[in-house]
Design a protein around this ligand. Structure first.
Ligand SMILES: NC(=O)c1ccc[n+]([C@@H]2O[C@H](COP(=O)([O-])OP(=O)(O)OC[C@H]3O[C@@H](n4cnc5c(N)ncnc54)[C@H](O)[C@@H]3O)[C@@H](O)[C@H]2O)c1
Length: 447
């Protein structure tokens, strides 16, 4: 499917006339993201990002629009492209373009459009990069290293032959687990050229966004795509990390008859068992599964040997960052027919008549078929991102000296977000008495 786009001086999007719808949806998100609004108000007064160019490669959703507004309020110039070809909300791009964000994204973009959009963001010579999956950082580094591949060729058609765009970058931040893994690999190889703050590793991100955000929104994606009943189903979750825990918990809560986890790591497997889930190898689980979802960040978790023994009618989906967890070429090569049976559902017919339903092209189902995480969750993740952007500007020199490292978020930033979210939710905490503080700091008192 080729999507027609509209190009302006500061955007390439699906349809600018969706602006009004987008503005209303932005308002909806705004009313559900109170912590980020507080930061935005302060940014409006203090302008901590004045004149700073932020290049962001994120899922372009209503929640992201609120982060962009906070950046704009802080005085930044914002350049935004999509971090996934299916996750963009077209009405939001229209509203963002009208608000002065330079935005290059549309739903169902092809690979050429995806990398062209990254090229447009890079062309701004960003001083801060904000990534979700590390595609922006990886392209910037490939340019600097003079590497050439199809993606780089597309980017070069936008930016021309000058490839030293990385020189301007002060620092960056990374939103997701897979991005952190890629960036840490770059740092270990000595290839990373500037510091990246590990937003995903902060408690206010991965304990909430990955668990409760992915838990609810992945089920939402499966339901919007299939309209299936979860109750009575045998539900298989590959990977019992942060995301897998959330998905398994919500599947159980919705009445799945059995929730089965597949794992490669003993602690995670034991946690699943103690939470009342079954654990078994994928090759056994697929024989009985009605619904399967991968949440591992790994590749080929579901492959030929699994498709060969799946039950007819099964739905297979992924909520991990990249569309590599399900080996789709294996499925394509086994099938005799492929039917687009509903939006976001491709039905593959195997030679023996079995039907395998693949959701959302194997891309993260919560963003492909639903709207991603709820604004209440992204309030925490994006408050971190806003504060981290400010931190990068304030600590420019320190970060420069640090060089190409993956850097943990200072706990003070995470604490601000946690306390503000408690206040917003009317969650009151107890305070340690001086006696308790002394007790907790001392080693002298025993039995
Ligand atoms: N859909 C979303 O909105 C969303 C949100 C956050 C993170 N993510 C992505 O989801 C993925 C998982 O993130 P996470 O934070 O849960 O990571 P995590 O590291 O906490 O958990 C991954 C789990 O998968 C297990 N695993 C790895 N390979 C496996 C395999 N081959 N078979 C079975 N289990 C395997 C690991 O042992 C681990 O327990 C990443 O790609 C991340 O970027 C998606």
């Amino acid at each position: 499917m080729t999507i027609e786009t509209v190009k302006g001086e500061t955007y390439e999007i699906r349809d600018p006339t969706l602006k009004e719808e987008g503005l209303k949806t932005m308002q909806w998100a705004e009313s559900r993201m109170p912590v980020l609004q507080l930061i935005k108000k302060r940014f409006e007064k203090e302008k901590p990002l004045k004149g700073v160019r932020i290049g962001a490669c994120l899922h372009v959703t209503k929640e992201t629009s609120q982060l962009c507004e906070a950046w704009l309020a802080g005085g930044a110039e914002v350049y935004l492209c999509a971090s996934n070809p299916l996750s963009t909300q077209d009405e939001i791009t229209a509203a963002l373009a009208a608000k002065g964000v330079h935005v290059y994204a549309w739903k169902f973009m092809d690979a050429e459009g995806y990398y062209r959009s990254i090229g447009n963001v890079i062309n701004s010579r960003p001083e801060i990069t904000i990534d979700d999956g590390a595609d922006l950082v990886s392209i910037l580094h490939k340019l600097k290293r003079g590497e050439v591949d199809e993606e780089i060729e597309i980017v070069k058609q936008v930016i021309g032959e000058d490839t030293d765009f990385i020189e301007k970058v002060i620092g960056g931040a990374e939103e997701t687990t897979t991005g952190i893994i890629r960036l840490q690999a770059m740092a270990d190889d000595g290839a990373l050229l500037y510091p990246i703050m590990a937003t995903n590793s902060s408690p206010c991100k991965n304990l909430f966004d990955n668990v409760y955000g992915t838990g609810q929104s992945s089920i939402d994606g499966i339901l919007r795509a299939t309209a299936d009943l979860i109750a009575s189903k045998i539900f298989v979750v590959a990977g019992y990390g942060h995301c897998g825990k959330g998905v398994a918990m919500r599947a159980k809560g919705m009445g799945a008859r059995r929730v089965i986890v597949t794992e490669i790591e003993p602690h995670a497997a034991l946690q699943a068992v103690m939470e009342g889930m079954e654990v078994m190898p994928m090759k056994e689980a697929v024989k009985i599964a009605d619904i399967i979802i991968t949440a591992t960040g790994c590749k080929n978790v579901i492959r030929r040997e699994h498709f060969e023994v799946m039950k007819s009618g099964v739905t297979v989906s992924n909520t991990g960052h990249f569309n590599v967890e399900i080996n789709i070429p294996d499925l394509e090569s086994l099938a005799t027919e492929k039917i687009s049976i509903r939006p976001f559902v491709e039905q593959y017919i195997l030679p023996d008549g079995r039907q395998i339903n693949l959701l959302g092209e194997g891309r993260l189902i919560n963003l492909a078929a639903a709207e991603g995480h709820s604004p209440e969750i992204m309030d925490m993740s994006f408050s971190l991102q806003a504060l981290i952007s400010e931190y990068i500007v304030k600590h420019k020199q320190e970060l420069k000296e640090l060089g190409g490292k993956v850097v943990q978020i200072p706990s003070e930033i995470d604490d601000i977000v946690a306390h503000s979210k408690c206040e917003a939710l009317d969650v009151e905490l107890d305070t340690l008495t001086p006696e308790q503080e002394r007790y907790l700091a001392s080693w002298r008192v025993g039995t």
